[in-house]
Design a protein around this ligand. Sequence first.
Ligand SMILES: NC(=O)c1ccc[n+]([C@@H]2O[C@H](COP(=O)([O-])OP(=O)(O)OC[C@H]3O[C@@H](n4cnc5c(N)ncnc54)[C@H](OP(=O)(O)O)[C@@H]3O)[C@@H](O)[C@H]2O)c1
Length: 274
Amino acid sequence: MILEEKIILITGSTDGIGYQTAIELAKSGYHVIVHGRNREKAELALKNIKKKINNSKLSSVYADLRSFTEIKEMVNDVCDRFDRLDVLINNAGVYKSERSITQEGLEETFAVNYVAPFLLTNLLLDLLKKGKSGRIVNVASRVHSNNFDLDNLQLENGYTGVKAYANSKTALILFTYLLTDKLKNTNISVNCLHPGVINTKLLRSAFGSHGASLIDGAKTLIFAAIAPELENVSGKYFVNNRSQSSKTITYNKDIQKMLWKKTEELIKMEFTEL
Ligand SMILES: NC(=O)c1ccc[n+]([C@@H]2O[C@H](COP(=O)([O-])OP(=O)(O)OC[C@H]3O[C@@H](n4cnc5c(N)ncnc54)[C@H](OP(=O)(O)O)[C@@H]3O)[C@@H](O)[C@H]2O)c1
């Protein structure tokens, strides 16, 4: 039983936690927009969800989040097809044990886990403002760190998969908190979360371990996306549906602002007019 119609875009919902979140939200009757890295994957995930669930309000979009061009094309597509967006869940993520570089010259983990949500979110803000109360949910991780070097964001020096992953999630949390301040006079809230240690291909490839079920993994995303008690709650880091403190560095306003500036330089766009 849902209280109101909500349109919810979930990045990386062709697999893992995002896919399960899409299934659960679709089951509850929400209009879920499934996102995949390309058209085939997005359409296949949508078809599989439709086979399981009787919900006519499901759609798909696609973009390889390593590409600024594809992100912008997807935003145009979303803006053409929908008159508002109620929830954006930035869930897609990667773990790369070897350092790799995107076509635009960014380290891939940093590009997908942090720069893509930064760009996508900023480009979708106007559409989120058209809803009654927009929500942005950033899927971070407890694997984030106080060792965050603004002069080595792309880990040109000392790359390891874990460092790159923690670095990207620290950046995502820093972004969440500064965006909270920038959006304080709007109807949009923004929160981040750790979904738990969940049995997905990302976890298996990164840490070789097997975690809890996908249903467990989807719980905190669903809570942050739709829980009525979170209306007007912004700037939180949730673990197991409870607000917790993230690492000290993530609350540092100077670092948040410097990171924002550096990110704008990387993507060659400015989002100062919030
Ligand atoms: N699993 C855990 O224990 C855990 C713990 C903390 C945080 N997280 C976070 O939870 C989120 C979901 O991860 P997961 O564990 O569910 O992993 P997953 O099963 O590997 O799912 C990741 C999703 O992101 C998509 N994706 C990756 N790179 C992409 C790109 N370049 N363009 C578009 N989509 C891309 C994947 O698409 P493909 O299938 O096509 O690659 C997939 O749909 C991530 O942000 C992860 O960091 C997970």
